[in-house]
Ligand binder design. Structure first.
Ligand code: SAM
Length: 280
């Protein structure tokens, strides 16, 4: 069946341009345009937004973002083999798609966009967490982007939305939930991708909060959360010992049992402790 945008089916695009998936680039492609349309819709109304897409590959999700009406899409792709296929999409949507052939970890594509900005990507799994962490640690909050709609390995998605008391709860959950409303909006089986990865995947939608959920100095919060979870089986009075003198009294003042472990502590309590430590 011909696609709505008049472009060839993605299998044909891949064959024509010789884009056989490479494992070292995390290439698991989505070839079903109904599925990419669903993912694009998870990002909400894009008609007034600039969209950053990392890793467009042969362009399935890119086509859906444009078909859903994104004002403009900037796509950053490391694999030069994908450029001719992406050029065909750019020609079908004049003036709305710009492609940068680069490693997304080495450039700051957000500087090229005009707010409101949304980031939507089926991320290469080997760089997904690194990119998310960078987007969640801009120089100041709120960031230039409004929301992130990102595909991860399901296990990583679960770490982003995890609650205290669960194995998945840790630094990523605390960072994401301090700054955003984060939800898993879709899960996908391996067969949705070509080639199929070994694991299930999930799309997480994160909406930037206007201000961090609870006040805290980011550096202090990061330091206690890192120390607590680096030794997650230790009691906090031990794992946080090197963070500040008299930590046991500070923990008690923050309403946290010194014998508790990091994975039992809520975001609110971590922020309370960070504020107490900031007072000296
Ligand atoms: N968006 C396409 C889709 O949904 O079918 C492809 C997704 S595939 C999981 C990840 C894509 O990211 C690949 O096209 C790969 O070449 C690209 N990629 C991998 N590492 C990258 C990096 N560091 N910077 C930019 N793109 C990268």
């Amino acid at each position: 069946m011909a696609a709505l945008d008049g472009l060839p089916p993605l299998r044909e695009v891949i064959a024509t341009h010789g884009i056989a998936a490479k494992k070292n680039l995390g290439q698991n492609f989505l070839l079903d345009l109904n599925l990419t349309a669903k993912i694009a819709r998870c990002a909400g109304d894009l008609t007034k937004c600039d969209v950053l897409e990392v890793g467009p590959g042969p362009g399935g999700l890119t086509r859906s973002l444009l078909a859903e009406g994104a004002r403009r899409v900037l796509a950053v792709e490391k694999d030069a083999r994908c450029l001719p296929a992406l050029a065909e999409i750019a020609a079908a949507y004049p003036g709305r798609l710009e492609v940068i052939n680069a490693d997304a970890l080495e450039i700051d594509p957000l500087a090229h966009l005009t707010p409101p900005i949304r980031i939507v990507a089926n991320l290469p799994y080997n760089v997904g967490t690194e990119l998310l962490t960078r987007w969640l640690t801009p120089p100041a909050w709120p960031p230039v982007w409004d929301s992130l709609t990102l595909m991860f390995q399901k296990e990583v998605a679960e770490r982003i939305v995890a609650q205290p008391g669960s194995k998945a709860y840790g630094r990523l959950a605390l960072l994401a939930q301090w700054l955003t409303d984060a939800r898993i909006v879709m899960t996908l089986p391996p067969e949705a991708f070509t080639p199929p990865p070994k694991i299930h995947s999930a799309v997480v939608h994160l909406t930037a909060l206007p201000a961090p959920r609870f006040p805290a100095d980011p550096k202090i919060l990061n330091r206690i959360v890192a120390a607590g979870f680096n030794q997650r089986r230790k009691m906090l009075r031990a794992s946080l010992k090197s963070v500040a003198p008299g930590i046991e009294a500070k923990l008690e003042a923050a309403g946290i049992a010194p014998t508790a472990r990091a994975e039992e502590i809520s975001l609110e309590a971590f922020c309370r402790l960070a504020r107490l430590l900031a007072e000296g």
